[in-house]
Structures are given as C-alpha cells and as structure tokens.
Design a protein around this ligand. Structure first.
Ligand code: ADP
Ligand code: ADP
Length: 234
C-alpha cells in the first residue's frame, strides 16, 4: 500500500531567459508508515520535490499519486481538500499563528475541515496531551520555547488525522537536546499511528531513525539508502 507514488517528476523555473531545471526526473514510491529522510546539498531540489508531493506546486511533467489519487486530475478545491485531510505540514520555523493560543493553532485545521467546534476542541486537547503540552493549551507561541512551539506544530499537523506528515528541516531551529526530543516524538507518532513521515533534513540524528534515506543531487535521486546503509554511514 503506497501513500506516495512519484513518477518521472520534472520541474523547471523560468526567470527571464534563465531556466533552472530543479527536478530532472524523480521517481519514488513510499509505503504507509515509512519514515523517509530526504537529504542533499542546498539547491539540489529537496524543497521543490517537497512542494510537488505536498500539492503546493505542480510539476512540468510526471505524476504524483497520493493514496492512489492522481494530483494532476484534481481541481483547486479538490486539491485543497486532499491537502487538508491527507497531509500534515511541519516547518523549520514552526509557522504558528502568533495571536492564537496553542489550542487555537492546533484546532484551526479542523475548522477548515468543517469539524464541529466542540469536536475540534476535544481533538485539539487530545493532541496537545499527546505531544506533552496539555498544560500549555492557553499559551501563545511567543510564550513557549522553540521545542514547545514545534510540539504545537506537530499536534496541528496531526489535527485531521493525515496519512502523511511532510516535515521540512523540523529540527533546524532547535538546540541538540530539543531536536532529539522532537525526533523521538515524530518517531513515536510514526510507530503508534502508522503515519508516514517524509522529512527534508541535514540532521544525522533524524537520518539515523529513518527507514530510508533518499539522497538528491542536482535534481535527481543519487541513491536510496536502507537501514543497513544508514546504520553504517550515519
Ligand atoms: P533545496 O531545497 O535542495 O535547497 P530547491 O528545491 O529549493 O533546493 O531548489 C532547486 C533549484 O531550483 C535551485 O537552483 C533553486 O535556485 C531553484 N528554484 C527553486 N525554487 C525556485 C523558484 N520559485 N524560482 C526560480 N528558481 C527556483
Ligand atoms: P525551555 O527550557 O523549554 O527552553 P523556557 O526556559 O523558554 O523553556 O521556558 C520555561 C517554561 O516557561 C516553559 O515551559 C515555557 O512554556 C514557560 N514560559 C516561557 N516564557 C513564558 C512567557 N512569556 N509566558 C508564559 N510562560 C512562559
């Protein structure tokens, strides 16, 4: 059962008369419950690849299937629905809404999904408990440490029970110990809820817990390492 099937993805950016070929033909199938690290030098195409599988941008050619749905066949409304229900997003800079409390931030995706507010609030509190922040539900992001903000962001990503979490450098703005805690949390959620984690990362600790590491170079997959390769290299 594949949650992501990307086939021959290409993406070009045209700026004036300069063309950048960001993706030159990327194919990968990702199974439900896998924990995948996408690694590679800056400018190699990781974010572009992320944007394709997250439905944030469309490829020039090739296809992305999410849970057997071809994203190219969806109109804007259907794509928004798929993104809201199937994919949770986590960012390096947390991207919480500063004027909202932790609970309001976590509950927001359930509002977009049309969940009755009582159910959304109940779900939000459960998720804050899951990430160990139930006692901080009324705090705003500015009143929370970086690690706590990332926990809130993880709870928010889980709000609509997605099958995939896309995490772009989730430990990039955290100190070593806090980063280790966030990795342990993601790993626990991955194992307990069978949620697929796809992360772009430079963090060796993150790579070490992954099932596979996908190394992207110059718009192409250079190699894919499995657990035994990862254990010997990271
Ligand atoms: P990475 O995430 O690995 O650092 P990116 O996917 O951000 O790499 O970028 C891949 C290439 O595409 C780079 O050469 C980058 O400059 C270019 N690129 C990315 N996004 C855009 C854009 N919106 N417009 C023009 N060029 C872009
Ligand atoms: P950490 O040790 O995780 O970096 P801090 O030292 O920043 O956390 O904060 C310690 C505790 O105090 C945290 O649990 C945080 O939620 C709380 N806290 C920090 N700043 C504020 C604030 N301005 N208002 C309310 N609580 C705060």
């Amino acid at each position: 059962e594949y949650v992501v099937r990307a086939k021959d993805l290409t993406k070009e950016f045209v700026m004036g008369n300069e063309v950048t070929r960001a993706l030159k033909g990327i194919s990968i199938d990702i199974k439900r419950g896998e924990y995948i690290s996408i690694i590679g030098p800056s400018g190699s195409g990781k974010s572009t690849f992320f944007n394709m599988i997250g439905g944030l941008d469309r490829p020039n050619s090739g296809s992305v299937f999410i849970n057997d749905v071809d994203m190219a066949q969806l109109d804007a409304t259907e794509l928004a629905f798929l993104r809201c229900h199937t994919i949770g997003y986590i960012f390096q800079t947390f991207n919480l809404i500063p004027v909202m409390t932790a609970l309001e931030n976590v509950t927001l995706p359930t509002v977009f999904a049309g969940m009755p507010s009582e159910d959304g609030v109940k779900r939000g509190m459960e998720l804050l408990d899951t990430v160990g922040l139930g006692h901080r539900y009324h705090h705003k992001p500015g009143q929370l440490s970086g690690g706590q903000q990332q926990r809130v962001a993880i709870a928010r990503a889980l709000a609509n029970n997605p099958s995939i979490i896309l995490a772009d450098e989730p430990t990039g703005n955290l100190d070593q110990n806090t980063g280790t805690e966030i990795i342990a949390l993601l790993r626990r959620l991955n194992q307990e809820h069978n949620v697929t984690i796809i992360t772009a990362t430079h963090d060796p600790k993150m790579i070490r817990v992954s099932d596979r590491a996908v190394i992207i170079r110059d718009g192409l997959i250079d190699k894919i390492q499995d657990r035994s390769d990862i254990e010997s290299e990271f």
